[in-house]
Design a protein around this ligand. Structure first.
Ligand SMILES: [Zn+2]
Length: 202
């Protein structure tokens, strides 16, 4: 009886030790996040990244730069090999960077999505080239008002929002456009600003 009692704490201690070891952070995510893009040759290519070898900003910059060039399989000089020799799935290091990105030939519903994302990206970049007023005019009304009210550079904020939705969220928006069009006034006085509010439901 006495020995059992003595054993208990040590077993508990061991368990605790194991539990704390298990709680230690694991390696960064190796799950590749893919976004398809129709490039100038007409091919739809999935570009991918992980937090282990790249970061969202580098991925966004690279993705935008791919809109105006043919895919790697159709620009052999860029890939450093003839297109036919390239595998369908590769890891590339953009010149002058220290990130690694994934690229593969898209298939299935990514073919259509890649075309949609390319035209949406083209549109927002075109608006941005025409200046802040034109760019901001393209934002949903309610969201535009909210940005004007809450940010110093609403046009830049809208551009960042669009690019994030297109490139990092595969075109999905956290909020549907209809809601962004009609953000009610009470929402503009954000409930999140009130300290007693535990959650923000927008
Ligand atoms: Zn191509």
């Amino acid at each position: 009886m006495g020995r059992m009692k003595k054993n208990k704490p040590s077993r508990k201690l061991r368990e605790l030790h194991h539990a704390s070891r298990r709680r230690q952070p694991g390696p960064p995510s190796t799950q590749v996040s893919w976004t398809p893009l129709k490039q100038t040759c007409g091919c739809v290519v999935d570009w991918g990244w992980t937090s282990q070898t790249a970061d969202p900003v580098s991925f966004k910059d690279w993705f935008i730069s791919r809109l105006t060039v043919p895919c790697l399989w159709h620009s052999p000089s860029e890939a450093g090999a003839s297109g036919d020799d390239l595998p369908d799935n590769m890891i590339v290091r953009p010149r002058g960077s220290n990130v690694l990105l994934h690229v593969r030939k898209a298939s299935g519903d990514h073919l259509e999505l890649g075309a949609q994302l390319a035209s949406r990206l083209e549109r927002v970049l075109d608006k941005a080239r025409q200046g802040d007023a034109v760019l901001l005019d393209d934002a949903p009304a309610g969201f535009r008002n909210w940005l004007i009210k809450t940010t110093l550079h609403p046009a830049q904020a809208w551009l960042d929002h669009e690019l994030t939705d297109i490139i990092l969220n595969q075109g999905r928006s956290a909020l549907p456009r209809e809601i962004l069009e009609q953000l009610p006034d009470q929402l503009l006085d954000s409930p999140c600003a009130q300290p007693e509010s535990g959650a923000c439901d927008i």
